[in-house]
Design a protein around this ligand. Sequence first.
Ligand code: CA
Length: 221
Amino acid sequence: MRLLLVEDDAMIGAAARDGLRQDGFAVDWVRDGGQAEAALATGVHEMVLLDLGLPRRDGLSILRSMRARSDETPVIILTARDAVADRVAGLDAGADDYVVKPFDLEEVEARVRALVRRRAGRARARVKVGSLTLDPATHEVTWRGRRVELPGREYALLAALAERPGAILSRAQLEERLYGWNEEIGSNAIEVYVHGLRRKLEPGFIRNVRGLGYTLAADGA
Ligand code: CA
């Protein structure tokens, strides 16, 4: 899943970006309000981690204009411990949640996952599609009851498809989910991951819809 991290503090930003990437998120990091606006206009991010005190344009004003133009992308605000008024203002302006700085990455990730579940209308933490079960918290995958080990991006690709069973995701959409801006994408990377997944699960489970993209097959289990 692809996150936009808006944070002007170099140390906090770098630590958050690196930690989140290590845990399998695609992360784009911008450091001021102007860059944040430009990044949001691309529409590729599934969630925004938003600092409030930012150069050029503050986080609260960015959030208000997102909601004013009906941009419903989930937003978690990052606020200082003593700034209760900021947190209240953030939530009132349309933030979905907040994390208090200095934050623990594990907590940020847990809140991201909880928000994904709430948005998907699921109370349960696990995602189930036919014989496939995914646990977004642990990245544990089982297929027909058997545990399957998947490298980070194979997992991310499978999770992207499993989040919306029945939807067809194009190669470009999958690339957007799996990679940040500065990460190099091999020209056939998605095909390679799909091939790996088919080998480990079942060849027919990931269907290629000609000219459109990929989707999960109902495997009848
Ligand atoms: Ca700041």
